[in-house]
Design a protein around this ligand. Sequence first.
Ligand SMILES: [Zn+2]
Length: 231
Amino acid sequence: MGSNTVTNKQTEVQRIVDALSKAIAQHRLRPGTRLIEAQIVDALKANRNHVQSALQRLALQRIVTIEPNRGALVSQPTAKEARDVFAARRAIEAAIVESITPDAMRQNRQRIANHMRNERKATSASDRRDIVRELSEFHLMLGEICGNAVLAEILGNLMVRSSLIVALYQRNDHPACASDEHEQIITALEHGDHRVAIKVMLEHLDELEAQLALEELAEPEVDLKQILGDL
Ligand SMILES: [Zn+2]
């Protein structure tokens, strides 16, 4: 196989990974949905080997679960995993906010302004998918602006997993993020006030986690001896 073929394969697998990640992040594919290879092949006009590689890559990222004999399905993170993802987001997003300079904010002024306008437009209308997309886009945008590709890549994975978590555990039907907290983070970063930006970001993530019903389903404590003895 020539190196060109390898590159083409990588690009094609990434295209499928991106399409599935996006559909999952936007709640078009919900946790537990079966991912049937033949359907993905048809829908994305892709080849079966590439689809299989894409599903394996998503499984390594914990976005997809591959079950022996049952095939692939969209992952259903446990409450423990949900808490771990939020703990990781606090660490990663604090580091992202920390590394955004006022200069980077100036260079990205137009992009940020466009995003904030779209976000306000989405939250004032009520298409839930638009809202979910715009609100998570804010966090991804900060990851890109910070200029650290590793932080951005880790965040990309955490954001897709967060979407799964919100789809499974959100208490109410209101969108997770509050847009005014986003505005406060932007304002603080424009002034180079990292202390405030980090503080608002951490409070914001705490708030998002608090909206989830993450009570572990306790194993019922039964006294088998007593129950069976009473029969
Ligand atoms: Zn947010």
